[in-house]
Unconditional design. Structure first.
Length: 411
């Protein structure tokens, strides 16, 4: 793909994203759907965008999208609200992923792909059982005018998506190890997930507290946001590489949280310490960067989508099953864990996969390149693609209308 074409694609992405968000009140179509449609036109339909090049930049998109979106969530959330939602988010994420593993594993192995071992079917469920932070963020941003009082719901669903990344990744790797090394135990998995959460949170908190003090000293200087970004990206990579897969997401969130909630954190440690940080300026600059990254992410999904009628049909079946499962899980959990009306209505319908599922779909090929244990490693990306596309389409286009109708019915 020529450099000029790439620049034009980015420019069109920005314009389309901005215009679609402006006319949302008329069309009721979230900008994420418009952007994915634009990506499909530019990629599979007209071939303007080079799919091979976009496949190669997947790791870059993953790092940029997750680190920047989660830092955005951290600097914009009240820490007390976050702590109040943590328990609900963990239960919701765990139940949804475990349910997906069992349901998709059974349907894939015994109905859709006959002869596929049950564990290998369960692996697909682990890959697509979680939610994507970028997708959830984009969908909730698009429906903010449609449904009021989204603050606690946004925190709940964002936290769920953050927690789901390491759970899905480690669950996928665990199932692969169970297939390839039958002696591997579930207890090892639980221990690994717990350590990733604790260590990544500690890293984000400690660096965030230190960086808040640095920003306090540099508050009269220019470019403080740019150097914050220069700290955030390596910090995310360090957490992913040295703490574990999924740790970067939690580190980025807590890093942003520590910067804007510095005084609260210091009080909890028994210290009356304050810093002066231009939070408004920090958030405004970061909003601009988030807008660009979020917009390009959904165009990226449209460009790399594989159009196959067979797998599209299989994916549609699995999406319908996932949506039904999610509805039932939230219905059960909402009463037991005190979900608000908005939290329940939107949690039932906002259940979108994304880039992490694409990344995990490559794991069988990475772990078993010779095809000794997996007869068809290409099955996973082929089925993951329509599932991701279908869940985003449902959550962004149909889900908000169902949630709005449910809330009106209860008024």
């Amino acid at each position: 793909m020529h450099a000029e074409n790439f620049i034009i694609l980015i420019s069109l992405t920005i314009l389309i994203s901005y215009i679609s968000s402006l006319v949302y009140s008329l069309t009721k179509i979230p900008d994420v759907i418009v952007l994915m449609g634009f990506g499909i036109l530019m990629g599979p339909v007209f071939g303007y965008a080079d799919k091979i090049m976009f496949d190669e930049i997947a790791p870059l998109m993953s790092i940029l999208a997750l680190s920047i979106i989660l830092f955005e969530a951290g600097i914009n959330v009240d820490i007390t609200l976050l702590l109040g939602s943590m328990g609900k988010a963990l239960v919701l994420s765990t139940a949804s992923i475990m349910g997906s593993i069992l349901l998709i594993g059974f349907v894939t192995s015994y109905i859709l792909v006959l002869g596929l071992p049950f564990l290998q079917g369960m692996l697909l469920g682990a890959m697509v059982g979680g939610t994507s932070t970028v997708a959830v963020y984009g969908i909730l941003s698009g429906i903010g005018d449609l449904i009021p009082n989204l603050t606690s719901t946004r925190v709940l669903l964002t936290m769920e998506s953050i927690l789901s990344d390491p759970i899905c990744i480690i669950s996928s790797i665990t199932i692969i190890k169970l297939i390839m090394q039958p002696t591997f135990t579930i207890r090892d998995t639980v221990k690994e997930i717990t350590m990733v959460f604790l260590l990544s949170s500690a890293l984000g908190l400690s660096v965030g507290v230190v960086w808040a003090r640095v920003l306090d000293r540099l508050r009269t200087r220019h470019y403080t946001y740019m150097i914050t970004l220069a700290v955030l990206l390596p910090l995310y990579i360090f957490s992913e590489d040295f703490i574990g897969e999924g740790g970067g997401a939690m580190t980025a969130l807590i890093f942003g949280l520590a910067i804007t909630n510095f005084r609260y954190i210091m009080e909890k440690f028994g210290r009356d310490e304050k810093v002066l940080i231009d939070k408004k300026r920090l958030r405004e600059f970061h909003d601009e960067i988030t807008f660009l990254i979020k917009s390009f992410f959904f165009v990226y999904i449209g460009v790399v989508v594989s159009l196959s009628w067979k797998y599209a049909f299989f994916g549609l079946i699995l999406v319908v099953l996932q949506v039904g499962l999610r509805y039932g899980i939230v219905d059960v959990l909402s009463g037991q864990f005190g979900f608000t009306r908005e939290e329940k209505a939107l949690s039932q319908v906002v259940y979108a996969s994304g880039l992490p599922a694409f990344v995990m779909s490559q794991l069988p090929q990475i772990f078993d390149p010779e095809g000794v244990f997996f007869a068809n490693t290409q099955l996973y990306p082929d089925l993951t693609m329509p599932i991701v596309f279908g869940t985003i389409m449902f959550s962004g286009l149909i889900g908000p209308k169902l949630a709005e109708r449910a809330l009106k019915r209860k008024d």
